[in-house]
Write a protein of this length. Structure first.
Length: 109
């Protein structure tokens, strides 16, 4: 969870890398201004100032808190704009939302 623990206020994050996965899919690597944590299965709202926000499930490990990866398919207005972004842009992260999956129940099975 972000240090400020207000899941309704966006946490600023710098876009540090954009990885082309396919013509319609890109992975965005973000460095939040504060440590950010989530559980497997939770989702976030990722926003671009003046454009909008959309929900995504982080594609990076929940054990890594200094960066966050989100893999996005170009499917609409916000995601199409996101696919044009380059490193250095500031974005907003809200959340995490949802309960996540109880993966610890399945350790060793």
């Amino acid at each position: 969870m972000p240090v400020n623990s207000n899941i309704y206020k966006p946490l600023k994050a710098k876009l540090t890398d954009v990885i082309d996965e396919s013509p319609l899919i890109k992975t965005f690597v973000l460095e939040p201004e504060e440590r950010f944590s989530f559980k497997t299965g939770q989702f976030i709202e990722l926003s671009v100032d003046g454009i909008g926000e959309a929900p995504f499930t982080p594609s990076s490990s929940p054990l890594v808190t200094e960066k966050l990866e989100v893999t996005v398919m170009k499917t609409g207005y916000v995601t199409e704009y996101m696919h044009k972004l380059r490193p250095g842009v500031l974005m907003g992260i809200r959340g995490p939302y949802g309960r996540g999956y109880p993966v610890e129940k399945y350790y060793g099975k």
